[in-house]
Ligand binder design. Structure first.
Ligand SMILES: Cc1cc2nc3c(=O)[nH]c(=O)nc-3n(C[C@H](O)[C@H](O)[C@H](O)COP(=O)(O)OP(=O)(O)OC[C@H]3O[C@@H](n4cnc5c(N)ncnc54)[C@H](O)[C@@H]3O)c2cc1C
Ligand code: FES
Length: 262
């Protein structure tokens, strides 16, 4: 018997590299451009689109010799990822340039959705959590809402993403813990003030868990809905491995965006 006797008709052949959101294997996508956001964060613009992707969703990124990790979509047309160099994978990504390749699968996860009845949503980001806020602001403006953004960081050097939001016509309030830019203190302070003055009717948050817990408390106090994007270690991104469990939910499929109803 020869190998050709085992020919599998194309229609029955296993799809080793399936396309679409739940494709199991990553696709190699060339980097078009790398933009420096600050001393530790770069934005990678890739040579492809994910037209079906929504703000708040993430992709899994892989480089040969490294683990895979999740990254929020900073944009989808073209794909853009804003990446802090914190460990082996992200530091290896930071050594890449235009023409090099990132391996991606996705998009995955539950996106942000416009709150019905909201006119003045407040968008809050800390650190690289600012990454998806302009994508989200564009989405909310397209349905007639007028978002206001709040960006927090430790120092002036940690603040990113202001120009992209302002270019969309979104007012931006900056806070730094050391007072080196904008208002001194935590980003939740001006957000709390806006809510107390009735100048916000929905909250969207991406950033450290402490900031998200504070936003959840504000949502309850001021009785506004909140959508918060929670981070966890992820393995499969498809609800199979259990690695992303947080407070009894699998964040890769039931998050990362979770809705708080006051
Ligand atoms: C839904 C989602 C979206 C994300 N979006 C972005 C993004 O847009 N930009 C970005 O830079 N990063 C993002 N991350 C985080 C990124 O996936 C991790 O930082 C990744 O592990 C980095 O890999 P590494 O090998 O470089 O560093 P690692 O060695 O994996 O991590 C470096 C340090 O970060 C800590 N860490 C890593 N991941 C987590 C986690 N999930 N929770 C708590 N601590 C952690 C580790 O303990 C370690 O101290 C996202 C994570 C999730 C779950
Ligand atoms: S990452 Fe595997 S179940 Fe969520």
């Amino acid at each position: 018997m020869k190998a050709s006797d085992f020919h599998v008709p194309v229609a029955c052949a296993p799809r080793l590299r399936p396309e679409g959101p739940y494709g199991l294997l990553p696709r190699a996508l060339p980097i078009r451009e790398v933009c420096r956001e600050n001393y530790r964060i770069l934005t990678f613009v890739l040579d492809d689109d994910l037209p079906e992707a929504r703000p708040g969703q993430f992709v899994m990124v892989w480089l040969p010799g490294h683990k895979e990790a999740p990254f929020s979509l900073a944009y989808h047309r073209p794909i853009a990822l804003t990446v802090a160099g914190v460990g082996p994978l992200t530091k290896a990504m930071h050594r890449l340039g235009p023409g090099d390749v990132l391996w991606l699968r996705g998009p995955y996860g539950h996106p942000f959705t416009p709150e019905s009845g909201s006119q003045h949503p407040l968008l809050v980001g800390g650190g690289y959590g600012v990454a998806p806020l302009a994508f989200l602001a564009e989405h909310l403006r397209a349905v007639g809402q007028q978002p206001v953004a709040f960006i927090g960081g430790r120092t002036a050097e940690d603040i990113i993403g202001v120009a992209r939001l302002e270019a969309l016509g979104v007012p931006v309030f900056v806070t730094t813990e050391d007072g080196s830019k904008g208002e001194a203190g935590l980003v939740t302070h001006p957000v709390s003030r806006f809510l107390a003055e009735g100048r916000g009717d929905a909250l969207y948050g991406v950033g450290p868990h402490g900031m998200l817990r504070a936003l959840a408390r504000l949502a309850h106090t001021h009785r506004v809905p909140a959508q918060l994007s929670w981070e966890a270690y992820m393995g499969c991104a498809m609800g199979l491995c259990g690695m992303c469990e947080h407070d009894g939910v699998l964040l890769c499929v039931e998050g990362p965006v979770r809705r708080v109803i006051p």
